[in-house]
Design a protein around this ligand. Structure first.
Ligand code: ATP
Ligand code: LTN
Length: 332
């Protein structure tokens, strides 16, 4: 029998999960758990590259586990865990640091953006972040890494590091492919459609736990375009605001762009905004309710992440042992 392909991804619990995280990667993960061996984790080690409030970080990490489950990640069918519970990630990261070049890390877009934004705290962790991410990935030998468009560069550097290491020591790591969904790969901010939706722009960002009335308000205030045509048509270059709304509507309802254009034919942007708002509220309602329910049951969530860490460690330590042996560390 063929072995199942392996898939892995993570999100940082550095803020509340938002519609970009959901419609980009997260929504697609549950479809994958039937077909692949899946590992999903809370990337808490990554979050401290930017200062975090400790109590908030703990709370968000737990909430994120509940949200993963509420989005359809059945812990019986995939491995859900917290990154810091599996020390092998940090251990492999050190080794990979020594196979990663200063120059290639300097070229990472996210490093350039974040070190400019947090100039007072441009720490070494921010610089070596892609190496830890490469370790997260390579330690489970996955075939695919489903992420949003903005993470593609990090998956590419991971491939380069793996190939460099394999070039020296033989086929130690499987070289994974990024897996980026077509619709929803890059959800833009509702009030600044030239920027990606992100928790750092909260007014244009819809959070998964937000109240329906707040979500509707944000959509009603969404920036549309000042073109004269005023018709609902998907054309991201000319109409970034409207195209973003169409994209969100398509992702939330499963309708095609053509069907959406037909649905709003002859109507201005005014009808589109509340319709998208309603669709998003309905898509998020079951997730919010289930998350709230799960957060009442801390013992269950604890049992999920403990079992997850155990399963993940088993696989991760196996890869780490192989790597330590290859580089020449004396076995304990
Ligand atoms: P930050 O505000 O720090 O940049 P973020 O809100 O973009 O963070 P991340 O933790 O960096 O969130 O991203 C988690 C996952 O969600 C990644 O796979 C990323 O590609 C995806 N993602 C984030 N924002 C969007 C977006 N606007 N559209 C589609 N996917 C997104
Ligand atoms: N950098 C990612 C989070 C992340 C990740 C990973 C995603 C950390 N390690 C490994 C996929 C695979 C982000 O979403 N900001």
């Amino acid at each position: 029998m063929d072995k199942k392909k392996v898939m892995l991804s993570g999100i940082q619990p550095s803020g509340d999960l938002h519609l970009g995280n959901y419609l980009g990667p997260l929504r697609h993960w549950p479809e994958m758990i039937e077909e692949f061996d899946c590992y999903f984790f809370m990337a808490d080690l990554h979050t401290i590259t930017v200062r975090q409030d400790p109590a908030q970080l703990r709370k968000r990490t737990l909430t994120q586990i509940a949200q993963y489950i509420a989005c359809g990640l059945d812990p019986e069918k995939c491995v859900l865990f917290v990154q810091s519970h599996v020390p092998a990630h940090a251990q492999l990261s050190w080794v990979l640091n020594c196979y990663t070049m200063f120059g290639e890390l300097s070229r990472m877009t996210q490093f350039k953006d974040k070190s400019a934004k947090h100039a007072e705290n441009a720490n070494a962790g921010l610089f070596t972040y892609p190496v830890l991410m490469a370790a997260d990935i390579l330690i489970y030998q996955p075939d695919f890494v489903p992420v949003g468009e903005d993470q593609k560069q990090h998956v590419e550097i991971c491939r380069d590091i793996a190939e460099r290491f394999n070039g020296v020591y033989g086929e130690v790591f499987r070289v994974p492919e990024p897996y980026i969904a077509k619709v929803g790969a890059r959800i833009m901010s509702l009030n600044a459609p030239e920027a990606k939706m992100s928790k750092s722009l909260p007014e244009g960002c819809v959070f998964l736990m937000e109240k329906p009335e707040d979500i509707l308000r944000k959509f009603k205030r969404a920036v549309t375009d000042s073109d004269t045509e005023r018709c609902v048509r998907y054309a991201p270059a000319e109409k970034p605001g409207v195209s973003n709304l169409i994209q969100i509507y398509a992702a939330a309802t499963g309708k095609s762009y053509e069907a959406i254009e037909a649905e709003f034919e002859g109507q201005g942007y005014g009808k589109l905004k509340p319709a998208v708002g309603e669709a998003v509220v309905e898509a998020l309602r079951p997730i919010r309710e289930e998350t709230e329910r799960l957060l009442q049951d801390k013992a269950y969530l604890e049992s999920v992440y403990r079992a997850g860490a155990e399963k993940a460690s088993y696989v991760a330590e196996k890869t780490l042992r192989k790597v330590y042996k290859k580089v020449g560390f004396l076995a304990r």
